[in-house]
Design a protein around this ligand. Structure first.
Ligand code: GLN
Length: 537
């Protein structure tokens, strides 16, 4: 056993409105602390009653992010991993559903025998336990805990109460940051502090005095405004941090550095503030992001195009890959339901690359299959992700192998050619939550493939989230006709990757490489895809 670390806990709450970017502020602060040499992790507490967002529609909650250990989590965990280049786990995303499930299971086991089980202390104790669990691993100097929702919501009350108790118990080893909005009223030409004052008052009613206020704003806060906020909210003026709107989330760490958020945090918990965070690599990335030499347009074909959050990790992976190629990637979101034989050429005509997105169910499936066909026939670089790979397989079966009405049994249980079929171990599964093939699985790469030239590794590991798979009964037929399977799961012999021989760049993957791309380590598949798109252009 090493020496126990004196882990510091930082709580981040939000006020006034949702969507202020708590996840990005948390990730940016964590980045600055990490860049000062500290080990940091971030956790998200979600006050809804679902056990996890795996059963939520992306319209409700954006993308469902998957961790190495197979947890279906909030998309903020994606930001944490992308900013910090760390892996998170099930312990990094807790929901009210999980808290209650655990408490109720304990009650049934008799762990509270004789007691009335209540929100305080039993639910709050469980929340505190989940927060401290990460610190108790002895791996982190800092554990940042972001509480979802807005202060004042009924459902976040137990979390705020847990923070109140923890702040009292941990004393100097803890800190509360409150993110609020300073709206600009154009009619009055003024920034308004009242919503922030009210939000802090609400927090105070629950017994939590924030130590630092991060104020989201579209205009610069002048000193007198900062003084006013400080006066009304019992914080030092230096603890009123401006968070001005910016063009890229990746600039936020730099803005927070300018505002000295890291220095204020370290001072408050009596830690060394000497030196500067080392952001050299981050700055190099930002420079390349902001000064592209080229520009390409890539089509992302999916069914949630009204909502870019549904494809967050894919979009961020393209940004990382673009910067690596000194290239700005413009993403055109295409609604697959609106693609048909007649309009496909016109709709895809100005695109130099096509991605077909992951997804579930029948809606828009024919448009996705058509997009794969268009990319194959016109030799446009193509990347199929999970369902996108399955669509490429279905398309190849129908149009090259001439297997009429070939399909996935997910969409058509009666297809004569089930080229994508439910996995054996999935056949007996009836429960929906957390029962897919989830998390990291190994994959062996054939060295005689394009995929190998991209990964430059024989053994890889990627994250999965699906129930259906390539049907091996058809494998030789595919391989003999030009669609190869260069990536195989060594334990279950499942096809994880397909690629076309007679095509400049056409790869489909059963897994989700987008979950593993970070600023420090852009994913090789995306990097190679963007390069191919650039060459094609
Ligand atoms: N619906 C498909 C399956 O379950 C693909 C899932 C996905 O794209 N994540 O296999």
């Amino acid at each position: 056993m090493g020496i126990a670390r004196d882990t510091k806990y930082i709580f981040v709450t939000g006020g006034v409105t949702s969507s202020l970017g708590k996840g990005i502020i948390s990730a940016s602060l964590a980045k600055l602390l990490q860049a000062r040499g500290y080990s940091v992790t971030i956790q998200k507490l979600d006050p809804y009653i679902n056990i996890d967002p795996g059963t939520l529609n992306p319209y409700e909650h954006g993308e469902c992010y998957v961790t190495e250990d197979g947890a279906e989590t909030d998309l903020d965990l994606g930001h944490y991993e992308r900013f910090l280049n760390i892996t998170t786990s099930r312990a990094n995303n807790i929901t009210t559903g999980r808290i209650y499930q655990s408490v109720i299971n304990k009650e049934r086991k008799g762990e509270y025998l004789g007691e009335t089980v209540q929100v305080v202390p039993h639910i709050t104790d469980e929340i505190k336990h989940c927060i401290k669990l990460l610190g108790e691993t002895n791996k982190y100097d800092f554990v940042l805990t972001e509480v979802g929702g807005t202060v004042g919501d009924i459902e976040s009350l137990p979390y705020i109460e847990a923070i109140r108790q923890l702040k009292f118990e941990l004393g100097k080893n803890s800190l509360a940051i409150h993110l609020t909005l300073i709206p600009y009223l154009s009619a009055a030409k003024e920034l308004k502090t009242k919503p922030t004052q009210h939000s802090v008052k609400t927090l105070l009613e629950y017994g939590v005095q924030p130590d630092i206020l991060v104020c989201r704003t579209e205009k610069t806060l002048n000193q007198s405004l900062k003084d006013k906020i400080a006066l009304f909210c019992n914080v030092d003026t230096s603890s009123v941090i401006e968070s001005i709107d910016t063009s890229s989330i990746y600039k936020v760490p730099l803005l927070m550095k300018e505002e000295e958020l890291d220095v204020v945090v370290l001072k408050k918990i009596s830690m060394d503030t000497h030196g500067d965070p080392d952001l050299e690599k981050w700055n190099t990335f930002l420079y390349r992001l902001e000064n592209p030499e080229h520009i390409v347009r890539i089509g992302l074909v999916g069914k949630y195009i009204e909502l870019i959050d549904a494809y967050k990790s894919i979009i961020e992976s393209l940004i990382h890959a673009g910067a690596t190629n000194d290239c700005k990637v413009e993403i055109k979101l295409l609604q697959s339901e609106r693609l048909n034989e007649k309009n496909i050429t016109k709709k895809l005509k100005d695109l130099s690359g096509i991605i077909v997105a992951p997804g579930f169910g029948d809606r828009g499936i024919e448009g996705k299959i058509l997009a794969a066909k268009h990319a194959r026939e016109n030799k446009i670089p193509f990347l199929g992700l999970c369902l996108g790979m399955q669509c490429a397989v279905i398309e190849f079966a129908r149009n090259v192998l001439k297997l009429k009405n070939a399909h996935s049994t997910e969409m058509n249980t009666n297809t004569p050619y089930p080229v994508i079929d439910i996995m054996e171990e999935q056949k007996k599964v009836t429960l929906k939550g957390g029962t897919m093939r989830l998390g990291a699985y190994p994959c062996d790469i054939n060295t005689q493939s394009k995929t190998f030239s991209i990964y430059k590794q024989k053994h890889i590991s990627e994250r999965h989230r699906h129930r259906y798979e390539f049907n091996n009964e058809y494998l030789s037929d595919f391989e003999n006709n030009g669609m190869k399977a260069p990536g195989i799961n060594p334990n279950a012999n499942l096809v994880e990757i397909v690629e076309l021989i007679d095509h400049p760049w056409f790869i489909g993957v059963q897994f989700h490489p987008e979950y593993k791309s970070t600023v420090a380590n852009p994913h090789p598949l995306f990097v190679s895809f963007v390069k191919a798109v650039l060459d094609h252009k």
